[in-house]
Design a protein around this ligand. Sequence first.
Ligand code: ZN
Length: 421
Amino acid sequence: MHSWTSPSLTPLPASGLPLRLHDTRTGRAVPVVPLTPGRARLYVCGITPYDSTHLGHAATYHATDLMRRALRDTGLEVEIAQNITDVDDPLLERAERDGVDWRELADSQVALFSEDMTALRVIAPETYLSVSESMDGIIETVRTLHARGRAYAVEAPDAAGPDWYLDLAQDGALGEVSGWDEAQMLEVFAERGGDPDRPGKRGPFDPLLWRAEREGEPAWDAGELGRGRPGWHVECVRIADEGLGLPFDIQAGGSDLVFPHHDLSAAHSVALGRPFAALYAHAGMVALDGEKMSKSLGNLVFVHRLVRDGVDPMSIRLVLMAHHYRSDWEYSVEELTRSDERLTAYRAAAARGGSHPHTVDALRAALRNDLDTPTALAALDAWAAGETPTTADGAAALPDDAPGDVAAAVDALFGLSLQQA
Ligand code: ZN
């Protein structure tokens, strides 16, 4: 899949100081030490392209973009792989409902997503693969799991052959990422795409590996497993393997993916006899009118509508920066107004120019401390107000050649352009 156009990049000279990132699995912020020296590899779960980018999506890909920029600032090369879940129940149902071909619906929504990512100045992933274009590889992974004795058949009365599930009990690997107990898992499993009560399953959380062909659904040939389409988790495992190789450094996504998706992705990898991600980083949920923004509730604020209504995409980026990426927060129009004011003030300060090495240093320190954008904004507010930052940790110790161009730094570190639109 063609990815979008990345903004031009002018990185700062690398700081060499490590990024500390919160790991969902351990519950602690840890320095990111890549498995391959010098090269950090990150996988972020992409969209199901049936409805365009809302602020919840934007928050996730903004967080991933900050991870990339922070890792790059430490001196690492960064590779990101991202999937597009274009073979999935909600997309197929929406296409059926609207009487359009599922591929056309997916293509149109992927194009809209690309426009939004370009507007927000999110750097494009190095590997960007849809499920449909990765199908040969996904089938190979499903068949490997079957050959390793990890798959079992469940009768499907409405299909010519059985559906296939992953037998989690064989490896005993579930809850590795979330740390949840069974009761917590049961509470959300069904509403997040699971089928705990399906007759014939060996365990309630066993995930669907391969769904036998149903009438009117797209299907591919998986040899001894029959014609059908893959389950959700195995798709990401395969695309991560193709794009990055297993294991890799960071699995990122929204916090609603911790369970079941990331727990079960890791479980698939264990069943393949290979470790998955070294660290799991999750972005918080965005709410509107007191409820989490979600397609099922319909309370969505779309990036492209804001842009169409004349909102500067950099103001949207500032709204996202105003909240720590891990926090859940609620969007309001006042947030946007505040961000517009900030953008105007920052642009005026950038136009005044000058060298502000302590501000740049504060921005970098905030970013590498678990992507602390609220603290970075406080430093920018002070800079825009003409205040000299007072930093506790040795403000006077900066070398003479420390970078001092704040506009260049916020561009490189936060993807925020302060050029007049
Ligand atoms: Zn995924």
